[in-house]
Ligand binder design. Structure first.
Ligand SMILES: NC(=O)C1=CN([C@@H]2O[C@H](COP(=O)(O)OP(=O)(O)OC[C@H]3O[C@@H](n4cnc5c(N)ncnc54)[C@H](OP(=O)(O)O)[C@@H]3O)[C@@H](O)[C@H]2O)C=CC1
Ligand SMILES: Nc1c(N[C@@H]2O[C@H](COP(=O)(O)O)[C@@H](O)[C@H]2O)[nH]c(=O)[nH]c1=O
Ligand SMILES: [Zn+2]
Length: 358
């Protein structure tokens, strides 16, 4: 199952809205088929493994990282494919909470006389499928916040200069992080200050480029910027207020971008709960927020950060530099969002820390 989980991870960031499932078929101690969910979400992992195994699937044990699907969607159900291939046993890591499956996949197999073992490597599967599970049960993607920080917790100089705080090794890690997320989100301030690309560069992974999303209430993004100009090569979604200029929205869609109207709060700030639920509806299961400080503050205040990556560099920007997180107006220390350290890694001259909400 651990090997199947590792295989399944190959699909992360490229199979949304589907889960990234891994499947291994074992017969008489030998692996006869390996499969994982293919880009775009189909074929499913089980079908890939069964196709590879051919006749050898008969009598085999199938290790699958998520309950096989039981519904006829765009493809016939994998539970039926396993039955038709006459596997002897299915070992599953996790029940699929999708209401169209939710126990029915395992039951179909049992009713066909196949032995089913459930919940093997259950916790690892919860982590592997965290984005898919969040979207299915909460209607929003898993949100990872990444910040590149000076040693004194700043993300830019007072004038907004931030390239680069971290070195090439840590930035390469960021590109790999982008590859395992369906979409990257930034605020309008970052889009205007940095004119970023938000792609995966120089790694031969262009096919895994994430959707780029900007929280841009008034559609202030320059039409001539790099994001807008590349909207046909790499998806660009702009989240804005209903009141944003219609001609501007039209100009962005003409360039190939997609626009989403999001509810806003009293100060005009886009409501991040609505923004995330719209992204969930659009199929996004794993979202990487790359700042800036204002957007990070809103997400943190709403308790919507599920994973935190801080990249620490050995420079000091001082108290006039921009803070990684805009003011939270905490009334007590007890109200501070807390995170537990999960791992720390040296990346060239920098340090990458990975945190989980407590
Ligand atoms: N070192 C690092 O890791 C990073 C550094 N940076 C640096 O940070 C600076 C930009 O940060 P900052 O100015 O804070 O800008 P942000 O990127 O956080 O953008 C803030 C703007 O986003 C729009 N917005 C829409 N909805 C929301 C919401 N719910 N919450 C907050 N903002 C929302 C608002 O504009 P509107 O009202 O028009 O919608 C707001 O003014 C730049 O200098 C950049 O270089 C940025 C990212 C990472
Ligand atoms: N300055 C800074 C980061 N900044 C983040 O990266 C974005 C630029 O992406 P791109 O245009 O694709 O290179 C930028 O807008 C901001 O979100 N990231 C880091 O890992 N380290 C850094 O020092
Ligand atoms: Zn399936």
């Amino acid at each position: 199952m651990q090997a199947a989980l590792a295989l399944g991870q190959r699909g992360l960031g490229r199979v949304w809205p589907n889960p990234a499932v891994g499947c291994i078929l074992v017969k008489e101690g030998r692996v006869v088929g390996r499969g994982w969910t293919q880009p775009g979400g189909r074929p499913h992992g089980e079908v890939m493994a069964l196709t590879q195994a051919g006749d050898a699937a008969q009598g085999a044990t199938a290790y699958v990282t998520l309950e096989p699907c039981a519904h006829t969607g765009k493809t016939p159900p994998c539970a039926q494919a396993l039955i038709d291939a006459r596997v002897a046993r299915v070992v599953g890591a996790l029940e699929d909470p999708d209401p169209r499956v939710s126990g029915r996949g395992f039951r179909m197999l049992e009713e066909a006389g196949i032995t089913v073992t459930r919940n093997v490597c259950h916790d690892a599967a919860l982590e592997a499928h965290a984005g898919f599970l969040m979207r299915t049960t909460l209607g929003r993607p898993l949100v990872t916040l990444k910040m590149a920080l000076s040693a004194d917790g700043r993300i830019a100089t007072a004038r907004g200069e931030s390239r680069w705080i971290t070195g090439p090794d840590a930035r390469r890690r960021v590109h790999l992080l982008r590859a395992t997320h369906d979409a990257v989100l930034i605020g309008a301030g970052t889009a205007r200050a940095d004119d970023p690309m938000l792609d995966i560069r120089d790694m031969g992974m262009d096919a895994q480029n994430p959707v780029r999303i900007v929280a841009d209430g008034s559609l202030s993004l320059p039409l001539t910027g790099r994001l807008a100009r590349s909207a046909r090569q790499q998806p660009l979604w702009l989240c804005h207020r209903r009141s944003a200029d219609r001609a501007r929205a039209r100009a962005f869609t003409d360039l190939g971008a997609r626009t989403l109207i999001v509810a806003h709060g009293p100060e005009g700030e886009l409501r991040v709960d609505d923004l995330l639920s719209q992204l969930g509806k659009a199929g996004i299961t794993r979202l990487l927020c790359e700042g800036g400080g204002k957007l990070a503050a809103t997400l943190l205040a709403a308790g919507l950060i599920d994973r935190l990556e801080t990249h620490h560099a050995g420079l000091i920007l001082g108290g006039d530099g921009l803070s990684g997180v805009a003011p939270l107006h905490l009334s007590a220390l007890a109200d501070a969002p807390r995170f537990d350290l999960e791992s720390a890694e040296v990346a060239g001259p920098d340090m990458i820390c990975r945190w989980r909400p407590r």
